[in-house]
Structure formats: structure tokens, C-alpha cells
Design a protein. Structure first.
Length: 328
């Protein structure tokens, strides 16, 4: 129980960035609404903010009525920023300023899905552990090299909260409700949403490699997981075979037999997919992205990119920029 709140409703705010994911937002706010219903009294008061009073559209087109960004603390206890889409649309100086202002006033600050990226941009995650949706991890590390990024579903580090998208906010809300009202009551709230298997904070966000690739051969899985971790400095075929304790020829047979691709083609596909995320999400120059994906030059990266995706890296970036502009 949070003794400092007494019987007063705890006020929780959500800053919505245009293009936010409706599911992530609902997972973050609905547990508090359900807690009020189950308690038969207002435990929590919810407020929704945008860059101006009006309405903010989610990625689905649904619109949420919002008030202008808070300037005074009032009764705000916790303030989340909820963002989705592409980080190219997250250059929001007014939101960054509002987050810093509320932090100075003693409000607990949190981020949902892409929201922690905005917290980092506001300078609120220096020397703090945090997480965000796995899709944005690469862009976050490239933009904030000193970031203490965790693959966890949600992280609480002092007065900073962060979580991935999807159902992760449900699990974070469960922890916050348990913090105030006890585990038994929080379990009732989770049961309300049929959310009976509550994940731990440090559970992984993504399915394991076996599920993602649909294979179960341990040597091949070890190599694939290593590929995903070494996009910037790719390992050679011989080194990978030694890592998996098999011969290079057997490694080749496994890739062709289980995945229908050669070792080199699979590795390149993983690196190019990482490059695509960076083009869409980061401000890095194309040459820098090429280096981050283990290509010797921007020209080599561009040729391979066009072959894989049917467009140039610059065209990919232009499409992402256009999408971001439409969300403002």
C-alpha cells in the first residue's frame, strides 16, 4: 500500500504521441479503470494529454480527446508517454520539455512502447536502466550509445518506469496496482482481463529463436542467435561452425535444409533487416547504417538493400519521413 496516497485517488497521466499504438495505450490505462470498478471507489484518476488541447489519433485512426500538456503538477502522481510508429516522428520538443518539467516537480515518469525513446531524448534516462519495444532497440542504441537498455518487458528504476508495447503495459500496471493495493487485489484486476499468466519484469519480449524460425536444431539455433547479436561485425562461416561445434559443411547443409537459404544469405538478410529498421527509425547517415550492419561501404549496402527490398536505402528513408510528417 502506498501510504502517501491515503484514500485520495492517484492521478495518472498519459501523453499521447500521434501514431501511438491503441493496444499499448489501452493495456496501460484500462487496468487502472478496472481497479476503480472492482474497488467500488476511485483509486485512480486518468488524464490524457496531447501537444495541444484537442484529439490525438492512434495508428489505427481512433482518436482520443486530450488536454494540453501539463504545466503544473497539480495532483499528478505518474506521467507516461506513449509512442508508436517510427522514431523519425518523435522529435517533439514540447513533449520533451513537459517530461523534464514534471520530473523536476516530483512526478514519476514512465514510457510505453516507444515512449522511453522520448524520455531518453529528454535526458531523463541518463544512468537509468530502461526498456522499450524490441523493434526500437537498434535505433535507440545507435542514437543513445550510453543507454542502459534492457530486453525486459518492463523496468522500474527509481522514479522512472518503462515497458515494451502490446501486453507488457498490463504487466507493469499489475505491478503498480500491487504496489499500492496488494498482490491479491492486483490479481483480481488481471483476472478481469483474462490475463492469468502474468509475466515477470525480466521475461523476454520476443519469442525464442526456435519459435521465430520454426526450427529446433540446437547448433543451428546457436548460430542464428549469434547472427542476430553480431550484425555490426559479422563472424565468418568457420568461426560460426566452431561456435556450434560442427563442421562448416554440416553448417551449410543445416541452413539449406532447415531454412532454404545459404549461411551467407541468411546472415545478410538479418543484417539488412536491421538496416531497414535503422533507416526508418534513426537519424544515422546511410554510410553509418552500412557500417552498423557490417557492410564495407555505403555502395555495397545500397546494392544489397535494393536487391533485397526492391528500393534504395534513400527511398526507404524518404517513405519513413513522409509517414512521420503525416502523423504530425
Amino acid at each position: 500500500m502506498d501510504a502517501g496516497d491515503g484514500d485520495q485517488p492517484q492521478e495518472i497521466g498519459f501523453i499521447l504521441v500521434p501514431g501511438f499504438a491503441l493496444m499499448s495505450f489501452a493495456s496501460g490505462c484500462e487496468p487502472f479503470r478496472a481497479a476503480n470498478d472492482l474497488a467500488g471507489r476511485p483509486l485512480y484518476r486518468l488524464r490524457y494529454f496531447g501537444e495541444a488541447e484537442g484529439r490525438v489519433a492512434a495508428s489505427s485512426g481512433a482518436e482520443i480527446p486530450t488536454e494540453a500538456l501539463p504545466r503544473l503538477r497539480g495532483h499528478l502522481h505518474t506521467l507516461f508517454v506513449c509512442a508508436g510508429g517510427e522514431p523519425t516522428g518523435w522529435d517533439r520538443p514540447e513533449i520533451h520539455a513537459a517530461l523534464r518539467r514534471m520530473s523536476r516537480l516530483g512526478v514519476r515518469i514512465g514510457g510505453i512502447s516507444g515512449g522511453p525513446y522520448l524520455m531518453a531524448a529528454a535526458g531523463l534516462l541518463t544512468d537509468r536502466a530502461f526498456t522499450l519495444h524490441w523493434e526500437y532497440a537498434g535505433a535507440t542504441v545507435e542514437t543513445f550509445p550510453e543507454a542502459r537498455l534492457s530486453p525486459a518487458r518492463y523496468v522500474a528504476d527509481g522514479d522512472r518506469l518503462s515497458c515494451g508495447g502490446g501486453v507488457a503495459p498490463l504487466e507493469m500496471a499489475h505491478a503498480l496496482i500491487a504496489e499500492r493495493m496488494g498482490e491479491a487485489f492486483a490479481r483480481r484486476v488481471s483476472d478481469w482481463f483474462l490475463h492469468t499468466a502474468i509475466g515477470a519484469a525480466d521475461d523476454p519480449q520476443r519469442a525464442c529463436a526456435a519459435e521465430r524460425y520454426g526450427i529446433h536444431h540446437p547448433a543451428l539455433l546457436a548460430v542464428l542467435e549469434t547472427m542476430e547479436k553480431t550484425v555490426e561485425a559479422p563472424l565468418g562461416r568457420l568461426a560460426m561452425a566452431r561456435l556450434a561445434s560442427i563442421s562448416p559443411r554440416h553448417l551449410d547443409r543445416l541452413f539449406l535444409g532447415k531454412l532454404g537459404l545459404s549461411f551467407s544469405a541468411q546472415y545478410r538478410a538479418i543484417r539488412l533487416a536491421h538496416g531497414r529498421r535503422l533507416l526508418r527509425q534513426s537519424p544515422l547517415r546511410i554510410g553509418e547504417i552500412a557500417t552498423a550492419c557490417g557492410f564495407a561501404s555505403a555502395a555495397h549496402f545500397s546494392r544489397r538493400y535494393r536487391s533485397e527490398f526492391g528500393c534504395s536505402p534513400s527511398a526507404e528513408r524518404g517513405t519513413a519521413t513522409d509517414k512521420a510528417a503525416r502523423s504530425t
